[in-house]
Design a protein around this ligand. Structure first.
Ligand code: NAD
Ligand code: UFG
Length: 343
């Protein structure tokens, strides 16, 4: 059934890719984004890909009057809440900004959802809620909340708890907590992708900028972990697979809170990822071994069997696909959305 969907943070990296999947599944998304970490150009490019206009409101979610007007204008069937600040290091430096933005935006949305009777909500959670993993691969039932090293991660953990409390208080809510592992890659068109405003914090965009010649070399943060080659291991998931996970979650309708890992089940080390990107780009990627990054864990990957079993979703794209697509985006758009469209 076609749904009117409020997509907060829809101009961002995961949001833009999800808009495409929502529209191809026949849904009607409406975007609210304050463009604090994105640009309207991203929405324009999604519109080109899908060949349709997407209603866009440049609004901060905490702006209650503006948000109420949007809820009045559209009759939403569901909310996908991507909006949030996400830089781990910045959250240590500016904890109040992170707590205010991430917590307040979600509380405002929940109030409005109650007021307007929108009972289906999908929340962007993160592997970070598992803190120090007690077991690998992680399962949805694995321990959460122990060893989270930064305010960003704590906002995700706290919000999961808030959402569970809300669902208990009002059993007609259908809340899905999607715990993303490491999103990478880009749409196959090469016209949208991750566009960090500064030097990237995350590995894959950093590697991509080395490959394109914007940065000199990759710093590999530690090669003395207990992993296959001593470097950190993560579960990298193609952003298009991740986007499709939201469509699957929308289609599944049962009251209460449902939690899913959106992951591939495979761990890839830093050196393996550099090698895969080098192959996809045909470029040499110089790297240097550096100190461990404070707060990092050795390995993090997850089983997504629950998502497959309950919502019929599983990751289909490989790390090779992700590297090829990220390279297409990076090489065609070395200046991200600030440059011309090249595709
Ligand atoms: P992103 O920064 O590209 O997108 C987030 C968007 O939200 C941005 O466009 C930003 O302008 C907007 N925004 C932020 N605060 C807002 C507010 N108060 N009101 C309106 N708009 C606001 O990030 P992303 O990678 O697309 O991540 C989307 C969500 O997924 C975030 O909640 C993030 O924490 C979560 N997540 C991301 C990752 C990752 O590695 N990318 C991993 C796990 C979870
Ligand atoms: N790494 C490097 N060099 C870099 C960047 C990263 O060696 O320049 C290594 C890290 O040490 C780690 C791996 O590459 O072993 C992945 O690092 P990322 O920063 O790309 O990703 P993280 O797993 O550290 O962090 C991600 C999200 C966070 C989220 C966290 C836990 O970016 O938002 O997963 O879910 F909190």
């Amino acid at each position: 059934m076609k749904k009117n969907i409020l997509v907060t943070g829809g101009a961002g990296y995961i949001g833009t890719h999800t808009l495409i999947e929502l529209i191809s599944a026949g849904h009607s998304p409406v975007v609210v984004d304050n463009l604090s970490n994105s640009s309207e150009e991203a929405i324009r490019r999604v519109e080109k890909i899908v060949g349709a206009e997407i209603p866009f409101h440049k609004v901060t979610v905490q702006d209650i009057p503006a948000m109420r007007a949007i809820f009045e204008q559209y009759s939403f069937n569901a909310i996908i809440h991507f909006a949030g600040l996400k830089a781990v290091g910045e959250s240590v430096a500016k904890p109040l900004e992170y707590y205010k933005n991430n917590l307040d935006s979600t509380l405002v949305l929940l109030d409005l959802a109650k007021e307007f009777g929108v009972k289906k909500l999908i929340f962007s959670s993160s592997a970070t809620v598992y803190g120090t993993p007690e077991e690998l691969p992680l399962k949805e039932t694995s321990r959460v909340g122990v060893g989270i090293t930064n305010p960003y991660g704590r906002t995700k953990y706290m919000l999961e708890e808030v959402l569970k409390d809300v669902a208990v208080s009002d059993p007609s809510f259908e809340i899905t907590l999607l715990r993303y592992f490491n999103p990478v890659g880009a749409h196959e068109s090469g016209t949208i992708g991750e566009d960090p405003s500064d030097i990237p914090n995350n590995l894959l965009p950093y590697v991509a900028q080395v490959a394109v010649g914007k940065l000199n070399h990759v710093n590999v943060f530690g090669n003395d972990y207990e992993t296959i080659d001593g470097t950190g291991v993560r579960d990298y998931i193609h952003v298009v697979d991740l986007a499709r996970g939201h469509v699957a979650a929308l289609n599944y309708s049962t009251p209460g809170v449902h939690t899913y890992n959106l992951a591939t089940g495979n761990g890839t080390s830093v050196l393996q990822l550099i090698a895969a990107f080098s192959k996809a780009s045909g470029r040499e990627i110089p790297y240097q071994i550096a100190e461990r990054r404070p707060g990092d864990i050795a390995a993090c990957y997850a089983s997504a069997a629950q998502a497959e079993h309950e919502i019929g979703w599983k990751a289909e794209l490989s790390i090779e696909n992700a590297c090829a697509d990220a390279w297409k985006w990076q090489s065609l758009n070395p200046d991200g959305y600030a440059g011309p469209i090249n595709a």
